[in-house]
Design a binder for this molecule. Structure first.
Ligand SMILES: [Zn+2]
Length: 52
């Protein structure tokens, strides 16, 4: 599940934070199925949040 943190929607798998919830969900779906990040999606991320 994506997390809302400090004003951004964060993909829990890679830690990329987005202003748009649908982007974070796309990212998380990609991360979960491909075990890597999609550059087209990740370049829209505002910042990366370290998730532990
Ligand atoms: Zn991700």
């Amino acid at each position: 599940m994506v997390k809302y943190k400090n004003g951004l929607w964060v993909c829990e798998l890679c830690g990329a934070g987005y202003e748009d919830k649908s982007l974070s969900e796309k990212c998380e779906h990609w991360c979960g199925t491909h075990k890597s990040c999609n550059l087209e999606i990740i370049k829209k991320a505002r910042k990366f949040v370290r998730i532990l």
